[in-house]
Design a binder for this molecule. Structure first.
Ligand code: SAM
Length: 288
């Protein structure tokens, strides 16, 4: 387990993932009934953008730095409206105005949750679990677990509230991660069919990403969307330049919102030629 998210926090992939997570949470809050957030690969609650790991890659400069950094251009009104919940969760950590900290998924969630909502934050890395305990362990809404993500997933669904979102955000270090993911998803959705599932995946290897989408189509989920963002040629040819989100049981407004947000990201977060995006319905129900 070598992956450390501190090198990547606030990059284009986090911007995409956390803005969509925030939109899903806003949608869940439209009903008074409490919900649960299950974060299978939680990382830590807050990342230091001025620390050595963030400085080594500088990735956040081409992510959140393009949205909130000095000189960031304003956004079209509709984009600003959709991005507001996410951007507020970032600004809440940077009271002085300059970008120094970035929230991990547990903190994006907590910032948007109500008193009655619950967060199950699972993480395998010992150091990250200790950091999670230190920063959010005292919050009565939170339970922190240290299990393998797919074992945690099995044990946490269905949640007692019978509503909520499951975020699955693996580091993709294991060769068989896509296969484990597809299998874990099938099992979890059988137990908790009405939950919303938000899955992040790398899309630089086009064949692997397409094979994963094909597996999702074969699983015949009624409602599923894949959205992919390519930021074009990067300075470092080995760096990630494309990623996707699969959302099962998305809010009914999410596809239309993604069709506005992703073209904005493909333009604002572009790093070189070839930046583009795609929003694709993968469900068996007719497109909403
Ligand atoms: C991409 S990062 C998570 C980022 C976080 N979800 C966010 O959006 O801020 C992936 C995390 O998964 C953890 N991890 C790696 N293998 C795991 C496993 N088998 N089970 C649970 N967590 C794992 C890593 O330590 C890392 O913190």
């Amino acid at each position: 387990m070598n992956y450390r998210h501190a090198y990547h926090a606030g990059n284009f992939a986090d911007v995409l993932k956390h803005s969509v997570l925030a939109l899903i949470l806003q949608h869940l809050k439209l009903k008074d009934a409490p919900f649960r957030v299950i974060d299978t690969h939680a990382g830590v609650a807050r990342y230091d953008l001025t620390g050595p790991q963030a400085a080594k890659t500088g990735e956040w400069n081409d992510g959140i730095g393009r949205l909130l950094g000095p000189g960031a251009a304003s956004m079209p009104a509709d984009v600003a409206e959709y991005m507001a919940p996410y951007l507020q969760s970032v600004m809440a950590l940077n009271a002085g105005g300059s970008l120094q900290h970035y929230p991990g998924s547990p903190l994006v969630a907590l910032g948007l949750m109500r008193k009655t909502d619950r967060l199950m934050a699972n993480e395998l890395h010992l150091e990250d679990v200790a950091a999670l305990n230190a920063s959010i362990g005292g919050d009565r809404r939170v339970k922190i677990l240290q299990l393998d993500a797919y074992t945690a997933l099995k044990s946490l669904v269905p949640p007692p509230e019978r509503r909520g979102v499951v975020l699955i955000d693996p580091p993709f270090e294991a060769r068989n991660e896509f296969d484990r993911l597809a299998a874990g998803l099938l099992e979890a959705t059988r137990r908790f069919a009405t939950g919303t599932y938000l899955i992040w995946y790398p899309a630089k290897d086009r064949r692997a990403a397409t094979a994963f989408q094909d597996d999702v189509i074969a699983a015949q989920y009624a409602k599923a969307i894949a959205m992919e963002l390519v930021v074009g040629a990067t300075r470092n040819a080995f760096a990630l330049n494309a990623c996707g989100l699969l959302v099962i049981n998305p809010p009914h407004t999410l596809k239309a919102t993604a069709e506005i947000l992703l073209p904005f990201f493909a333009h604002r977060l572009a790093q070189g030629s070839g930046a583009t995006c795609q929003v694709r319905w993968l469900g068996t129900d007719s497109v909403a």
